[in-house]
Design a protein around this ligand. Structure first.
Ligand SMILES: C[S@@+](CC[C@H](N)C(=O)[O-])C[C@H]1O[C@@H](n2cnc3c(N)ncnc32)[C@H](O)[C@@H]1O
Length: 346
């Protein structure tokens, strides 16, 4: 008979294990972990979600952080709490994984879900308000960070490598002033563009009229509420960092990708330029590459090719392709030859 001989641990490993047990030993902390499963929130937001005082929630977050279960991410002056990634070879890994698996099976009570929706609505309102105020200065604001001309060629190379047929459809989420629409209109039989800002949509409409884009349908809609029937290619160009809950948004937008189709995402890599929140209405200061890949996987998408472009102003852009698996007998675009992926400054 095979007997597993436990590895002897150091004395301070016992403290780590105790911290983990302590963190899991409170119903509210378990709910905090559940809420942070695919989202991140600030202390005040969590206090609102759990309807308790700031000092109370701070105490619980401290206990969770001491157990290595939550970590912080700084977004300008604000600090957001998220689930910590497991340490590569940390002690307590089995207990931690089991605890989180049980936590993820918890159903959140309706009042908590309602207050999460309230927090998301408050964040979304900040973003909507920004675009309604800033439409006339939109291009100048975009150029502060990354204008489309700086990465257009790379993005189109990635798109063209996906080899869509002449009958394929595209859905652009948040087209802004529509700078990408002429390129999409050339490549797809039908393009739908959803934007929730009337002012931005008007700019896109003017561009479509100017360029005679007859296969583009513009819709004033919140992309997360709209029941669009789906497209072969869903494009998010510099939009995700304006969404209140990006992981959840990615999940909903992945549902809009037809089986065998693609989601093409252009985003800023993580940065620490806090002024972008004020100047460009960004809710999130870019995203980690791994974080996007994890959210895409949770949304049922498979990773494809990626391109990274470094800009002279220090920002880095990631262009990511994610594929939706085909259903049995479904179509899937021919795999693209891997483009080179240098961090080429432009
Ligand atoms: C930074 S602009 C990007 C515009 C364009 N894709 C580009 O790169 O030039 C973000 C756009 O997303 C839109 N947007 C933000 N949240 C949205 C939502 N929930 N549904 C639809 N559009 C949204 C904004 O109104 C804005 O036009």
């Amino acid at each position: 008979m095979n007997m597993r001989i436990p590895t002897l641990r150091r004395d301070d490993d016992c403290d780590e294990l105790a911290a983990l047990c302590k963190a899991g030993g409170d119903p509210l902390r378990l709910k905090v972990l559940r809420v942070l499963a695919s989202d991140s929130f600030g202390v005040l937001e969590l206090a609102q979600i759990f309807a308790i005082g700031q000092s109370g929630i701070s105490h619980h977050l401290k206990v969770l952080a001491q157990a290595g279960l939550v970590a912080t991410r700084r977004e300008g002056n604000a600090i957001f709490y998220r689930r910590a990634l497991p340490a590569a070879a940390g002690f307590g890994g089995v207990l931690r994984a089991a605890l989180l698996a049980e936590v993820d099976a918890l159903e959140l009570e309706a009042a908590i879900r309602a207050r999460i929706a309230e927090v998301h609505a408050q964040r979304a309102a900040v973003s909507r308000d920004f675009f309604s105020r800033m439409a006339d200065k939109f291009q100048a604001q975009q150029d502060l960070i990354a204008g489309l001309p700086q990465y257009r060629d790379s993005l189109l190379a990635l798109l063209d490598a996906l080899g869509f047929s002449g009958t394929a459809s595209a859905l652009e989420v948040g087209p802004g002033d529509g700078a990408l629409l002429p390129e999409l209109a050339r490549r797809f039989a039908q393009v739908t563009a959803l934007d929730n800002s009337p002012a931005m949509l008007e700019l896109a409409r003017l561009r479509c009229a100017r360029e005679g884009l007859e296969n583009v349908e513009l819709k004033l809609a919140d992309a997360l509420q709209d029941e669009h029937g789906g497209a072969d290619c869903v494009v998010l160009n510099m939009v995700l960092h304006h969404f209140a809950a990006p992981a959840e948004a990615l999940k909903r937008l992945a549902d809009r990708v037809k089986a065998g189709g693609s989601l093409l995402l252009t985003e800023l890599c993580r940065h620490d330029q806090a002024w972008a929140r004020e100047a460009c209405g960004d809710l999130w200061l870019g995203f980690d590459q791994d974080e996007l890949a994890r959210w895409a996987a949770e949304a049922g998408l498979e990773p494809g090719e990626s391109l990274y472009v470094g800009l002279r102003n220090g920002f880095q852009i990631q262009m990511r392709h994610f594929a939706k698996p085909p259903t049995a007998g479904g179509r899937r675009p021919a795999p693209a030859p891997a483009p080179a992926t240098p961090l080429n400054a432009v």
